[in-house]
Structure formats: structure tokens, C-alpha cells
Ligand binder design. Structure first.
Ligand SMILES: [Cu+2]
Length: 115
């Protein structure tokens, strides 16, 4: 196949421009296991944030953002739950509040960037 150099350049430029202009994600994929909380991204812009929380452990877990009212109650094994919240800029702790779970490692930091 012959590649048209002009078309190639245009496509490359378009790809660069599009990636530069795409909005920062406000969706966070959270994975719960024994004993940890993993986030696919640890920073989001302020405003609406969608957390999708997947329990890939062998025990039930919950999801709580320390210092807020934001909480998802017990998430069964092999299930996922989602919550949409509004967050002010700042640093937050995400944890599982079941007895002993936070101490065992189910705690992680999360940053909401300024407007
Ligand atoms: Cu837990």
C-alpha cells in the first residue's frame, strides 16, 4: 500500500491535536482486594467524579471517602457499584471502613485538582 505523505501528516497532526484537547478523565476505576485499594488514576479535576468500585477480593468490602458523607455500603465479591459525587479540590483518603481492613492496607490517597 502506498501512503500519501500529505494524508499521513494530516492524520498525525489531527491525532496530536485531539489527544491534547481531550478532557481529563473524571471517571475513576477502583479495585478492592485483600488488602488494598487500587485506583486507575489518582488525580481528577474538581467537580463531578464517577467512582466505579469493583470488589475483586474474597471478602465483602465497602468504599468510603474520609471526611465526607460519601460511602458505598458492602459490595459483594465479584460485584461492582458506582457512585457519582461532587468533590472540592484537595487531598482525600479512600478507605474500607470494615474493622481492621484499613489497617491491613485498604487505604489510598486521592487528589482533586483545583478548578
Ligand atoms: Cu474491606
Amino acid at each position: 500500500m502506498k501512503i500519501n505523505p500529505k494524508l499521513f501528516l494530516f492524520t498525525a497532526l489531527a491525532a496530536i491535536l485531539l489527544s491534547g484537547c481531550s478532557p481529563v478523565s473524571n471517571q475513576v476505576q477502583v479495585t478492592l482486594t485483600e488488602w488494598g485499594i487500587n485506583l486507575d488514576i489518582s488525580e481528577v479535576p474538581a467537580g463531578e467524579v464517577i467512582f466505579t468500585v469493583s470488589n475483586q477480593g474474597l471478602l465483602e468490602h465497602n468504599f468510603l471517602i474520609e471526611g465526607t458523607e460519601i460511602q458505598l455500603d458492602l459490595i459483594p465479591v465479584n460485584s461492582q457499584a458506582a457512585i457519582t459525587v461532587n468533590l472540592e479540590p484537595g487531598r482525600y483518603m479512600i478507605l474500607c471502613s470494615l474493622p481492621g481492613h484499613e489497617e491491613a492496607g485498604m487505604r489510598t490517597e486521592f487528589t482533586v485538582l483545583p478548578y
